[in-house]
Design a protein around this ligand. Structure first.
Ligand SMILES: C=CC1=C(C)c2cc3[nH]c(cc4nc(cc5[nH]c(cc1n2)c(C)c5CCC(=O)O)C(CCC(=O)O)=C4C)c(C)c3C=C
Ligand code: FE2
Ligand code: FE2
Length: 366
């Protein structure tokens, strides 16, 4: 059969609304063996590496997948916890907290689940689980506040690929970005103010975002502009002047030029320019992960201190903090408008089916 259906579908089942939050994905374990398939899937995605396919396959398999898994495994070991990868357990906590807040208003009619673009839990499996539970209206929320083809569009690709193989598609809504959503900006503001209340302020606040190749910006990716807008809006809410904060880009990969200024180079140069204390916040990461805990929390701290900096503080991501869950709940509710499903839908469909059946019976009797 070409298209997967839902043959066990119960006609009495109430229609449900599904909310699927997604993030990038993470290896199953902090080992070379687990890193290899994870990196292979991730870096084979043409949305991530826009390069001639054949040439890239040679570089990826011949060079990168030979050396990088070991190096990355060591980095992952330094952030791994009893609950596994931070990205995984924060996303799990976010889904659970959202189920609670949304159920208060929607009761049993709403199902929240989470998936990862690469690795497990896979997007296709989450969709299957949700459809099995009666989800007929699906809202997908990639937890990337700023749109980028390499992340947001790639998530859409995964959904689309699954849908090409299904018979009965749900109604679909997709959050492409929320870089300027007031409740999100407010959550970031609160996170930073909470940090200030405990630790005081630094000479500069650095907003560090994951980079992308400069070429993608030149080809029309709005990511760079959305990052700058997020920074500006958070800074405005905090009452910061233009020279009190900076926007930088981290996590370069490969040899070509990426978005500038680079976070590491900036932190190395700041002490020479009289900036002795910094606080770094990453508004593009909805959960702490390798790139924030290890790269920003550890590696870049060393760069700053070795270059003459005196005080370096990393402000953790929004994770499953109440103000983040509140912001995401508002975002989700905005995108769910008009989708008030109830048991009535199922009852109505059953009536329709009964009527059809009665008609059919009449035909066979004749
Ligand atoms: C938040 C937005 C992200 C964008 C934009 C993004 C683009 C991007 N990333 C790579 C290469 C790598 N990224 C890696 C890890 C990683 N990236 C993001 C987010 C974005 N990436 C997250 C949340 C993580 C951490 C995942 C975790 O398990 O904690 C890695 C793997 C780590 C490593 O081996 O160093 C790579 C590789 C490219 C090439 C790219 C845009 C083109
Ligand atoms: Fe990345
Ligand atoms: Fe821009």
């Amino acid at each position: 059969m070409k298209y997967r259906g839902s043959p066990n579908f119960s006609h009495q089942q109430a229609d449900k609304v599904g909310v699927l939050i997604t993030n990038l994905g993470t290896p199953d374990a902090p080992t070379k063996a687990a890193l290899k398939p994870y990196l292979k899937e991730f870096l084979s995605d043409p949305r991530v590496v826009e390069f001639p396919r054949l040439l890239w396959a040679l570089i990826l398999n011949g060079i990168i997948l030979r050396f990088r898994p070991k190096r990355s495994a060591a980095a992952y070991q330094s952030v791994w916890t009893d609950r596994g990868s931070p990205l995984m357990y924060h996303t799990e906590d976010q889904a659970q907290a959202l189920q609670q807040t949304l159920s208060k208003r929607w009761g049993d009619n709403i199902v929240v689940d989470f998936a990862m673009r690469y690795g497990q839990p896979a997007v296709a499996d989450a969709i299957e689980r949700m459809l099995q539970q009666g989800v007929r209206k699906l809202l997908v929320v990639p937890l990337y506040p700023q749109y980028s083809a390499s992340t947001t569009a790639s998530t859409f690709d995964a959904l689309a690929k699954d849908f090409t193989q299904r018979r009965w598609l749900p109604e679909l809504r997709f959050v492409a970005h929320y870089h300027d959503f007031p409740a999100f900006i407010n959550a970031a503001k609160q996170r930073i103010e909470n940090h200030w209340a405990e630790h005081g302020r630094a000479d500069k606040l650095i907003f560090s975002y994951h980079g992308i190749p400069l070429r993608y910006l030149k080809n029309g990716d709005p990511y760079h502009c959305e990052c700058h807008k997020t920074s500006r809006l958070i800074a405005e809410q905090l009452g910061l002047k233009g020279d009190e904060y900076l926007t930088t880009f981290q996590s370069r990969f490969g040899r070509e030029e990426w978005l500038r200024p680079y976070t590491d180079e900036t932190l190395k140069s700041l002490p020479n320019n009289g900036v002795k204390s910094v606080q770094v916040f990453c508004p593009g990461f909805s959960a702490d992960c390798l790139e924030t805990i290890e790269e920003i929390g550890e590696e870049n701290r060393e760069y700053f201190l070795q270059s003459g900096g005196k005080d370096y503080q990393y402000i953790s991501a929004l994770n499953a903090e109440p103000e983040h869950i509140d912001a995401l709940t508002q975002l989700i509710e905005q995108h769910l408008q008009g989708w008030n499903v109830s048991a009535d839908d199922a009852a109505q469909r059953q009536q329709h089916i009964d009527a059809l059946k009665a008609q059919q019976d009449k035909v066979t009797e004749q």
